[in-house]
Design a protein around this ligand. Sequence first.
Ligand SMILES: Cc1cc2nc3c(=O)[nH]c(=O)nc-3n(C[C@H](O)[C@H](O)[C@H](O)COP(=O)(O)OP(=O)(O)OC[C@H]3O[C@@H](n4cnc5c(N)ncnc54)[C@H](O)[C@@H]3O)c2cc1C
Ligand code: FES
Length: 279
Amino acid sequence: MYKILKRKVIAAKTVMLHVEAPAVAKSIQQGQFIMLKLNEYGERIPISISGWNREEGWLRIVIMGAGRTSNEILLMQEGDEFESLVGPLGTPSHVGKFDGTCVLLGGGYGAGAIIPVAQKLKELGNRVIGVVGARNKDLLVMHNELKEEVDALYITTNDGSEGIKGFVTNALSSIMEKENVAWVMGVGPVPMMKAIADMTRADKIPTYASLNAIMVDGTGMCGACRVTVGGETKFACIHGPDFNAHETNFEELMLRQGAYKEPEAIANEKFKDFDFSKI
Ligand SMILES: Cc1cc2nc3c(=O)[nH]c(=O)nc-3n(C[C@H](O)[C@H](O)[C@H](O)COP(=O)(O)OP(=O)(O)OC[C@H]3O[C@@H](n4cnc5c(N)ncnc54)[C@H](O)[C@@H]3O)c2cc1C
Ligand code: FES
């Protein structure tokens, strides 16, 4: 069993948890993920890691309520336990020492997922700029934690309630004007990652996206997480989740993500009118 050691509500329908998992914490690297299962009746869902403590044996995760399972996790409290936690899964992010500035862009839980990547890029001696975006200032998450790890942080909100008004791509465009950008990575909603790839393609700036394909086993056996990159079929869970964003077929990814909308809505029926403001 994997105990919740710490829990904090960090925005509407979003919690940050420290989960006890000493074996995974010992070896996990930037960009890898875990599969979590709540109890014997639960499904397994893939979750990114926003930090860890190897000595104390815990992982930091950020959960945004998207449907039945993630909503159930929002209700879990300190001391509660997950039945299963499997990891580290996936291939670590493709980092190195680059001849120019690295830019990491995060939306939603992606703002947490880019933190270990920022730490590794800094460790390798890079200049790193972080960008965190949200619809409004109340939905911004993990920007304060990311700020500690980067040389500069940009915030964007769609309504202009904090930082630059607009999308993370508005910040990226102003960074590209000022800096020699050598490497870019985006983690967040698919339209955001596609927009980032479209901006850096002409300048041939190496750009990665963390593909949030639907996953079942997370170990390359079921094929659920099939994505097309560079015209080839890849499994996001073992070949990724990070892929060359310029070669990714984002339209296919979006279609496949939406394949189970109806059963997902039925499964989430119990939370349809649930008041999450009191969690
Ligand atoms: C590598 C990876 C890392 C992720 N990291 C995080 C994270 O750190 N925090 C977080 O809140 N979410 C993360 N997600 C997304 C999370 O796994 C899904 O939101 C979750 O599975 C939704 O399940 P649900 O039952 O709550 O909602 P559902 O109603 O089942 O789904 C809501 C939407 O989530 C997506 N989804 C559903 N099932 C899966 C699945 N098994 N795998 C991937 N996507 C699915 C679909 O697009 C679906 O429309 C990650 C996904 C991937 C692939
Ligand atoms: S989740 Fe089954 S092959 Fe990737």
